[in-house]
Design a protein around this ligand. Sequence first.
Ligand code: GLA
Length: 661
Amino acid sequence: MYPERPAGIAYGGDYNPEQWPREVLEEDVALMREAGVNLVTLGLFSWALMEPEEGRFAFGWLDEIIDRLHANGVAVDLGTPTAAPPAWFVARHPDVLPVTREGVRIGFGGRQSACSSAPAFREATARLVRALGEHYRGHPAVVMWHVHNEYGAPLGECYCEHSVAAWRAWLRQKYRDISALNDAWGTTFWGQTYTDWAEIDAPRANHTTVNPAQRLDYARFSDGQHREHYALQRDILRELTPGLPVTTNFAGTVNCKSTDLWQWARELDVIANDHYLQAERPDNHIDLAMSADLARSVAGGRPWMLMEHSAGAVNWQPRNLAKRPGEMRRNSLAHVARGSDSVLFFQFRASRFGAEKFHSGMVPHAGTGSEQWREIVRLGADLRKLAGLRGSRVRAEVALVWDWESYWALELDWRPSVDLTFRERMDAFYEALWREHVTVDFVHPSADISGYRVVVAPSSYLLTEASAKNLHRYVEAGGHLLVSYFSGIVDEHDTIHPGAHPGALRELLGLSIEEFHPLREHETVTLTTGDPARVWSERVRPAGAVTVEGFADGPDAGHPALTRHDLGAGSAWYLATAPVTGLRDLLARVLDHAGVSRPRGLPDTLELVRRGGHVFLINHGDRPVTAEGVSGVSVFDGVRHDGPVTVPAGAVTVLLETPRP
Ligand code: GLA
């Protein structure tokens, strides 16, 4: 369920007028009109103002703001401010303050300062949300609910007494019988056998490493506690305002390590994502694209909302580079190209005080005489021209397997190499596909993947037997699968699948692994292509697979590095190392084998994405780029292009694709 209003692409952001004198509201609504702002998020951190003392609710100040916005055509995404419980509440219930894995109870003065499992917090949440819902039920300005803020960031796991009590109840429900838990956790190792649920603690900091299956379950449990806290609010809001969508904003899909967004997606009416550039990374627009594609994928392909990004610099990175002219526009339009029906910012007006005063806003400290404000106004006008895109889809022929459980499990302690990290391989494969101009979806390994020509599994360390069977069926039916090393190794309890690695995928890949040979830091080996590779080498023994490329030197010289197993109507490829420069070429071979169409001969500074009959050409480079094979009418200036289209340096061209007359 997507919010019915505003029509077209929503434009605006978090708005915190409570930080400003009343007259600034008048100036702000005028500026919103100038920029075409049609949606703002209110109240996200305003619990202390909404409930100044226990049980006394004060919404008058907010009524006035909402009414002014409404009178000016700005709709409201109303926040439930549970990410900022008030000082009086925390003072009365100090037991709600979360405890870190190291046993430190955090203090008041930041935000996210209550544990999702704490009974007093849940009770106070329910009371407040009911009061808020009752007060704003039927208000014409309120078009959706925005619960909490960025669950799991930074508070992923809590180790307080309430968490431990809830954890034991969770385990009991999951395993029923303590011997089932002992089996699942492999507690005969290091003599950890439990005889009673009360003996089980959270996997606290330890002078050695803690049982990995216990940690994996704690990650699942902790994420589930946040979801319960969300669902508590959502259910109250659904009861009071059945027509309004309810969401919560993700702390950047690709950065949300502690939140399993496949699970979260089932609980949300609309997916809302926050994305911030890694300011110092030159190609940070690739991370942006990945975050957007993952948002669209967890939304099941439906349009999603870019709930936050920044107009300029953020304030929380080591060096907070301002966006260069044109960069914000490229960023915003890239999100829209990849399925967002909104362009929202943190925040409308930059704060003068508090922790985020050096964070940019749509209205910067420099005011409206600034280049940034002019860009904001121009972007608002551009987005109005893209209104027809609303509700349209993005199609992808290639999917990347992304599973948070595998992410969690892989990055527990004591793996064969510290260089085995989930994001490193994901980023590498995503980037290679991005540079090949291939639009990708992300999929859970158990999902229906039959519609994709190619599925890539860059980092599927944890793979259940059921998921492995799903991949097997996909290939047999004609799909083409590429698996990267250290995949299919363990099951859902971090227990190694029986027999030689990769237990879950041996048959599908037509090979087994006799020994891992992790490489030293900075060490490389050479492939038979002549390209260097790093991090990993291993002794692959084909059993049905053919060798496509091998290791030319290193511990596995003369043995396979890239294999292909033809199975049924499809093929299963395996890559046993991390090519330094050659990944894109190896991938291209798989794409060609599978017949994946993509534009050829374009520089990889040009982002080309199709959505709803439009083609977006986003030039991230500092030279003009000419694209062949696209034609249509430019949405921003109405010019028709039938030959090659030249996109100036740093610019964005969007064509409504229409055949030549
Ligand atoms: C997050 C939060 C916002 C704000 C921004 C700053 O995304 O949700 O409240 O702190 O970061 O970049």
